[in-house]
Design a protein around this ligand. Sequence first.
Ligand SMILES: [Ca+2]
Length: 95
Amino acid sequence: MDLPPVGSSPFPYENLSAYYYRASYGKLSLTGETFDYTAKYERDYYTNNPEALVAEALAALDESEDLSRFDANEDGRLDAVYIHFAGPNTGWGSV
Ligand SMILES: [Ca+2]
């Protein structure tokens, strides 16, 4: 498999797929769909409860999308979710 195309952002943040492909030494090819969601509260609200943001975003998405297409093994659960909180860098491991 070829490395995914390089985007406009500088290395190593050109795109998520390329990052994980490199980080896995070519073993993980990450594909999917992206959706925008604007959180109900300011970032600090989720600092000690990031699960609340995940639940909130998925509930909103569930109203507009058929999420069953992200359940390839048909176990009734999404196969993977990646959430990227846009905004300034607040440090490693932070929301
Ligand atoms: Ca599943």
